[in-house]
Write a new protein. Structure first.
Length: 366
């Protein structure tokens, strides 16, 4: 069996939730656990956060919500993409799911609905991201349409999504907040931080924009210990990494000066070198685009990647680490190597790295 494994620290997860909650003690927290909880395991994370008193969960799609309900999760669950058909609306009713309304087709299915369940619906307002939602000028008409439903809503709430909240000085976020404030006032909702009938802030909004810390907070990436912005490390926000991708050295190679390592011969030894071959490659979720020189932790010390990441293995230059042996511990990312650093080296974001954990990698809770 390959020694590679993902270690998930559930206490770090719960601590990160507490960190988010401390930003706005009067707000409620809807933990975003879509995409298999960003690679950490949907049911595992839901159980851990339930013990930490998350107020609700948010997922992208119906199948994720149904998995939670089948596992006995009773807390409120919001479908961030809403439903994709009238049949899905019926299932959402059967399982008491909250729904996002962002498209006229969803309004039509809701108008045709004849069931007894009264939905809590979140009307999504597009304040500038131009992805999902109704534009602010359309909100009044949509709200009026929702008052004519055969089965009245239990509650109509309102939400938006910030496109550039991870950029601390971006004027666009202020503009989005101003547009949303107008909609909130039209809804007759108080602007008090304790009101829970609306939602603005994702992780970046919560940590970087105090004006967004109202209503329901929707943390995602911050729960898993990655930074909500490229401009500062996660530790600056008091966040702890939840996932560590760990492995071991499975071979050591003596590579003479001038010879190359790996596919394409992209790394050439500038001296007689000692190369550690590590179990773990892009078939496990290690980004193939990591360049030579990317730091990997071996035996508790950083050493540079040497050559291209293969499907099942990676090569690391340990010439200066004489204590490294076959079986030495390796960490691709985690407490010793921030996942944000790995993502930056690969030209991507921590979200993609964490979500890319391959199904074949066993997960160990710690």
């Amino acid at each position: 069996m390959s020694p590679i494994r993902a270690v998930v620290d559930l206490e770090a997860l719960r601590a990160n939730l507490r960190c988010v909650r401390a930003l706005s003690p009067g707000s409620k927290v809807m933990a975003v656990i879509k995409a298999n909880a960003y690679g950490h395991g949907l049911l595992r994370v839901a159980a851990a956060l339930e013990a930490a008193s998350a107020d609700a969960y948010a997922v992208a799609r119906l199948d994720e919500a149904l998995q939670l309900r089948a596992a006995g999760v009773q807390r409120p669950i919001l479908l961030l993409e809403g439903v994709a058909s009238a049949a899905e609306l019926e299932q959402a009713a059967r399982h008491a799911l909250q729904i996002v309304l962002h498209d006229p087709s969803q309004l039509a299915w809701l108008a045709e609905y004849r069931g007894a369940h009264r939905f809590i619906a979140w009307l999504k307002v597009d304040t500038g991201m131009n992805r999902l939602g109704f534009r602010p000028e359309a909100v009044a008409a949509v709200r009026a349409q929702l008052t004519t439903l055969h089965t009245p809503l239990a509650e109509l709430r309102v939400m938006t999504h910030l496109a550039r909240a991870d950029e601390p000085d971006c004027a666009m976020t202020g503009e989005q907040l101003a547009r949303f404030e107008i909609v909130v006032k039209e809804f007759g909702v108080s602007a008090s931080p304790t009101v829970s009938a609306y939602s603005i802030a994702n992780s970046a909004g919560a940590f970087l924009w105090p004006a967004a810390r109202r209503g329901w907070l929707r943390p995602g990436i911050s729960l898993y210990g990655a930074s909500p912005t490229n401009s500062r490390p996660a530790v600056d926000f008091g966040l702890a990494p939840v996932m560590s991708l760990e492995s071991e050295v499975i071979a050591l190679r003596a590579v003479p000066c001038g010879e190359t390592v790996g596919y394409g011969g992209t790394w050439r030894a500038a001296r007689d070198s000692r190369i550690a071959i590590v179990a773990g490659g892009y078939g496990d979720g290690v980004p193939r685009h990591l360049p030579s020189g990317t730091p990997i932790s071996i035996a508790g010390q950083r050493a540079p990647l040497a050559g291209r990441v293969s499907m099942d293995m990676s090569a690391v230059d340990v010439t200066d680490l004489s204590e490294v042996r076959v079986g030495s511990a390796v960490q691709f990312w985690g407490k010793e190597i921030p996942v944000d650093d790995i993502a930056a080296a690969a030209g991507t974001i921590a979200y993609e790295v964490l979500c890319g954990l391959a199904p074949r990698v066993p997960v160990v809770e710690r």
